[in-house]
Write a protein that binds this ligand. Structure first.
Ligand code: ATP
Ligand code: MG
Length: 525
């Protein structure tokens, strides 16, 4: 049956580029000790051969396939092949535990998995229950070994899919609770043109590096669909283990990378290095997303490199929603302005848009027209999906203020906002002031119970190596916040810690700190 609205990323984008610009660079990968370069023609052929191989195994339209390949070169041909087959890829990160993996397989009812050997090891007992257990880069009992780079299969072009057909399931980061399963349709890759053009600012001459693992939706934004929608090339690093700022800076200065995307946690560590020792001869653009980006970090990076870090805001459920487009004046601390095609606003609890200067829920107008790039829904969770919609709007769950110029200022996740003596306090502003201090590496600000004020602001602070915690330092930090912003926001309690609880993707889990504070208070009469 011919689809009403045919669209398929593999066929309509990759195979088309393979014809129009066959020799253009698509992927530059650091792999073992070499740098592997692949053109769009290579990706088209490799994904076509992989599609033929997967089809011969019995994987087809609508089948859900768990993908855990990290930055292995197999990730790209496999993802495009599954898209061509109309199968539903369900990427996960290499840091998932056996329990996480089983949870994902169970709730998604995935019948197949294409994973690295270390992931197959975590799924030993599960292999027998999977219809297609496939391992890349090694051999394991009960697993079929596969290498997309050494196939002699013919090229299979795939099926014409409909725009509304499902193509991807991503799990959210799990910052506020259990990760949610987000279903996207075939139009989602196409909608990342918005991400690539208006935020990443990529063109066909660019080499874009996104450092995140391929298991997150961020990879769809920045390591797969975004750059390839506009014909730019993707750079893939081989960094493993704990993030090392020196290694990051070395890669950025020695490869012809023109554009880089990293989360604020990375930039926060990078700007604590001596950046005057490095040059980045090719770099033209730096962007950040995933968490709020502290203004101080933008300023230091700019002094050292001449570049603004351009913040962008969105979710696993969406493409880019708000961002700083290339060339737009930056207001450090603001997420920027709405992306084209999205009517973004902040609304009150009744779904009424608020005037500039008032804090509300960040919302996307979805009536009368639902914008492309917004998820189909949470898998197996109709109720959870419906909760996201109020009146004509989709609610992101984040709070912000819009200024007179239309710039959005992130206040915090709705649950993270602190209400003390009747004042509403967003953790982000206080955290940003704390990290301005030279002694501070990272900070997380949460509510803590207080018999008089109801809640107070409490800061958990990680100090830079070599700095000792003391009552005097706590007071210095408190005074700094008091003098830089309305004094009611200063952290009445400060606890020095060696690290902060984070998601595997590196986001601060304030919920964990907050829960501990409130449980502690319950126990102490
Ligand atoms: P979960 O939904 O499971 O709790 P999560 O919301 O962290 O996890 P993601 O979809 O990866 O999962 O992240 C989207 C969220 O990240 C946004 O809703 C917002 O809270 C935060 N975020 C993303 N970009 C920015 C940004 N530029 N500034 C501030 N916050 C951001
Ligand atoms: Mg979320």
């Amino acid at each position: 049956m011919t689809p009403d609205n045919p669209w398929n990323f593999g066929r309509d984008v990759i195979d088309r580029y393979a014809q129009e610009r066959p020799d253009a660079l698509a992927l530059s990968m650091m792999h073992n000790d070499t740098n592997v370069l692949l053109t769009f023609q290579d990706i088209s052929r490799l994904s076509g051969q992989t599609a033929d191989w997967l089809k011969a195994q019995g994987i087809g339209k609508g089948d859900r396939v768990l993908i855990v390949l990290g930055k292995d070169p197999a990730f790209w041909p496999v993802m495009v092949a599954l898209n061509k087959l109309g199968a539903v890829a369900m990427p996960g990160t290499t840091q998932l535990t056996a329990k996480d993996l089983l949870y994902r397989l169970q709730v998604s009812q995935a019948t197949s998995a294409i994973v690295l050997p270390e992931i197959a090891d975590k799924l030993q007992d599960e292999a027998l229950h999977l219809t297609h257990p496939i391992v890349v880069g090694g051999a394991r009992p009960h697993w079929i070994s596969f290498d997309p780079y050494h196939l002699d299969n013919p090229v299979f072009e795939g099926f014409p899919t409909d725009s509304s057909d499902p193509t991807l399931i991503y799990f959210t980061s799990g910052t506020t609770g259990y990760p949610k399963m987000v279903l996207h349709n075939q139009r989602y890759p196409e909608a990342h043109t918005i991400t690539a053009q208006y935020w990443l600012g990529l063109s066909q001459d660019d080499l874009h590096w996104n450092i995140s693992d391929t298991g997150w939706a961020k990879a769809a934004w920045s390591s797969l669909f975004g750059p390839w929608m506009v014909g730019a090339a993707i750079f893939v690093d081989n960094m493993t283990g704990k993030f090392d700022p020196q290694q990051f800076l070395h890669i950025l200065s020695t490869h012809p990378i023109t554009s880089v995307c990293a989360p604020p946690t990375v930039y926060r560590l990078v700007v604590k290095e001596d950046l005057s020792l490095w040059t980045f001869p090719h770099l033209k653009s730096a962007v950040s997303a995933g968490e709020p980006l502290n203004p101080e970090v933008i300023q230091i990076f700019k002094q050292a490199t001449g570049l603004d870090i351009r913040d962008g805001y969105g979710q696993t459920e969406t493409v880019l929603l708000i961002g700083n487009t290339p060339g737009q004046p930056i207001k450090p601390g603001s997420m920027g302005r709405p992306a084209p095609e999205f009517e973004m606003t902040v609304i009150d609890h009744q779904g009424v848009p608020l005037p500039p200067g008032q804090e509300g829920d960040i919302a996307i107008k979805v009536h009368p027209k639902r914008p492309r790039g917004l998820f189909q829904g949470y898998v197996n969770d109709e109720e959870g999906t419906q909760k996201r919609f109020v009146g004509d709007y989709y609610i992101t769950g984040d709070r912000a203020i819009v200024d007179e110029d239309g710039y959005f200022w992130f206040v915090g996740r709705a649950d993270d906002v602190i209400i003390s003596s009747g004042y509403r306090i967003g953790p982000f502003e206080v955290e940003s002031l704390l990290v301005e201090r030279p002694e501070v590496l990272e900070a997380a600000v949460v509510s803590s119970p207080d018999p008089i004020r109801g809640e107070i602001v409490k800061a958990f602070v990680v100090l830079k190596p070599g700095i000792e915690p003391s009552a005097a330092l706590a007071e210095t930090l408190q005074n700094h916040v008091k003098t830089q912003t309305a004094p009611y926001k200063y952290p009445r309690a400060i606890e020095f810690v060696t690290d902060l609880p984070k998601t595997v993707s590196g986001k601060i889990r304030r919920i964990e700190l907050r829960q501990k504070e409130w449980e502690k208070a319950k126990k102490t009469p």
